[in-house]
Design a protein around this ligand. Sequence first.
Ligand SMILES: C[S@@+](CC[C@H](N)C(=O)[O-])C[C@H]1O[C@@H](n2cnc3c(N)ncnc32)[C@H](O)[C@@H]1O
Length: 297
Amino acid sequence: MNSKRHENIVIPATIQGYTIHDLLLQAETRLQPLSQTPRLDAEILLAHCLNQSRSYLHAWSDLCPDSHHVEQFHRLLQRRIQEEPIAYLIGYQNFWSLQLRVTPDTLIPRPETELLVEQALERLPAEQPAEILDMGTGSGAIALAIASERPHARLLATDNCQKALEVATYNAARLGINQVRFLQSHWYQQLPAQPFDMIVSNPPYIDQDDDHLHALRHEPLAALCPVGNRPDDGLSALDEIIHHAPDRLKSGGWLILEHGFAQQEAVMDRCREAGLVEISGHTDLAQLPRIVCARKS
Ligand SMILES: C[S@@+](CC[C@H](N)C(=O)[O-])C[C@H]1O[C@@H](n2cnc3c(N)ncnc32)[C@H](O)[C@@H]1O
């Protein structure tokens, strides 16, 4: 088949002749070696380009999309082949019941972080006011999910990355959630003196030498690895958060943390050393230990 090169993308010469069915089949084949969900990826990208739902693709599989839609699809497909995550290609990720904008300045919120939200909600009575701090908020995922379920809670969501805070602020406004304030802060350093009923955080916890980092190379390194990380553990941000938590929690207040699957024992030990009580560890849907809850007596 004749084809021309355009911005490193091979665009078939007979681009307009392809049906939705053809496009999906070709894309699925190209994505097979690198994605565990090649068909799903192809459908999400094509539906995004056509501004339609995936069910539209099934219902109208014999239609030939316009050439500019096909070109856009091929561009996104090429980026997906470079293993760029789908969420960055389409600009959003579903988390909890929310659709969140994500950019390369924000971590893509993960399903396992929903376990942190569940643990937080279990400890937040529905009708009571509460002051909650979310540190390292990224896209705002945790703070906005809690806010969406607890209308009487007031949240302070912080990050040291201004661009991430802009995304989180945009998400709050788009979702009509106005009980979350955003503040740039290096962990506790720029925070007001007020104590909190709950502190939640999914901080960077991957060791900088971890082999998994290559697969995560499109996401911001500062969201994955703590700065000044000692070479062997990835625990320095968790250390800092736990160490100062008792000074920032009200009596009876909760600290709820996400951590790496091999870090639970260390995180629980640090909570004990910080004088926290009622310390419990929780596993995610894959039965991996991922969350620690602890309380100030
Ligand atoms: C693992 S991501 C979590 C993002 C979001 N909370 C989530 O669960 O999807 C960690 C976040 O911590 C932020 N962060 C890294 N170092 C920080 C620091 N020293 N102070 C405050 N935030 C920091 C990063 O910018 C990033 O947004």
